[in-house]
Design a binder for this molecule. Sequence first.
Ligand SMILES: *[C@@H]1O[C@H](CO)[C@@H](O)[C@H](O)[C@H]1NC(C)=O
Ligand SMILES: *[C@@H]1O[C@H](CO)[C@@H](O)[C@H](O)[C@H]1NC(C)=O
Length: 561
Amino acid sequence: MWKSFSKFVVLSFVLTLSDVSCEKAPVVRTPLGDVAGYYMTTRGGRQISAFTAIPYALPPIGDLRFKAPVPINQWENTLNASTVSPVCVQRNPYTRQEEIVGQEDCLYLNIYTPTRNNDVSDTSLLPVMVFFHGGGWMCGDGTTGMYGPHFLLDRDVVFVATNYRLGPLGFLSTQDEHCPGNNGLKDQQEALRFIQNNIESFGGDKNSVTIFGESAGGASVHYHMLSENSAGLFHKAISESGTALVPWAEAAPGEALRNAFRLAKFLDCPQAPSENMISCLRTKDSYDIINTEFLFYAWDYEPMTPFKAVIEPDHPGAFLRRSPRKTPNVPAVPWMTGLNKDEGCLKSVWITSNTSRYNEFMSAFETIAPVTFYYENSPYAEAITEKIRQKYLNDKDESALKNGILEMYSDSYFAYPAVDAVEKVFSYTKNPVYLYDLSYKATNSFSQIFGDEEGDYGVCHADELMHLFPIEFLSKPFSPEDIEISETIITLWTNFATTGNPNKPVPVPFKWEPATSPSKMEYLEINKESVMKSDLGARSRFWSTLPLWYNVRGRKFTDDL
Ligand SMILES: *[C@@H]1O[C@H](CO)[C@@H](O)[C@H](O)[C@H]1NC(C)=O
Ligand SMILES: *[C@@H]1O[C@H](CO)[C@@H](O)[C@H](O)[C@H]1NC(C)=O
């Protein structure tokens, strides 16, 4: 019934006959109402339809602030989906943005589809790829300027990019029913529900949804793999440079409530009872709430992410009821995850490219390390700091020291959490786990916005994004080799979204084998010549030897509620 209805819907893409030059906007009839978009052209010259700024939830304002998203209602008139979607209230700490931007009414998504007019009449529905942006759950957006379809849509997929609430507006938790937490992740989940209900109208197959994301978006993807309420909303998953276990996304026991108390204090709200705290915070201007971010910093921009994913009290809407370190009670899906060779550049460039900041970091390492690596409240903080120093800063030579800073961030923030997560997933999945490490150095790099426009810091955090999306601000022209890598990555990602296997259906000139065990950790090194290697992130295993809270708790972990 639904199928035949959707066939009709797909066919109802408006088409003006014959005269292409005055072709009308594409209009799609969805169960919620009609949506009018516009045409775009991909890198390969394909004409596609774009539908931007589609609301998927009610504006989370007023009484709805700090609440789980409420699904959008049907609309009557044709929705104008050719506007630029607003961004959620934020200030970008990674680029050290000064001003606050965005609006609280920000729960919108963008849909791009190659199906248009009646040329889809005899094709089947296409795999859907849904992207969750990065930005430490503090910043970022799903706009076309950042995450456009120009590369992905050369292949037969439907692409969706979505916004979700950020910072305390998205991740505040009082650890009780008044604000259980994870609202940003619940927004993403609501977007996935919207996709289940509406994507067939855009030619997408709701039974083949791949979620993918980078950094905090990669962590988000992994959290959905652990969430009972997300089960069934997607079928494959790609986590780029971020898993649920990264220390900047997984709240340590007690951390969420401490930061809720601090937020309340900064805004002159009562800290208890939490009902009063939340109702007071609802009266504050959203920009004032985001403006407290600087007040959380102990040194420089550290700690960077005070508001993280939390384990919620048991209630029907809970996104996460148990530790991400436990075996989830949801079915596993095929998973692709990986790293860029020099991830830590995200943090290290700001430190090593500025002499006075570098000197501060080195001379006050005892106080800075526990903050930036999130073990401030550990009874073993001193011992941990000393071990980190010996591992990464045990050299006299300045360039070696600077490289040590890069490596400690790569390992702590990205590599070890990936290794740890893959090991845990291995203990219960029967699905393939594909691992990669990107070592191809492109003409552009995100280090250009992470503290030094000129220097060479290797293959930085976020650098794979430029191969997937035409990131507007990376201005140096692509070399032919850059384009070749981009085409390869587009093939691998869309293959995986299509079949769960990055090697098919579009052939690649190498074979990407899934990892076979936690000890072998076989991975594809993506470069001009991509090759299989083993032991992804080997150096980072050092972090498993430190008495960090999750290592200490180990198997005896009990939920902190
Ligand atoms: C839709 O919005 C765009 C951008 O704001 C505007 O240029 C266009 O005129 C609108 N279309 C309609 C039909 O209102
Ligand atoms: C270098 O770091 C210092 C100390 O953090 C800071 O005050 C200064 O503005 C930085 N200089 C530049 C050029 O960013």
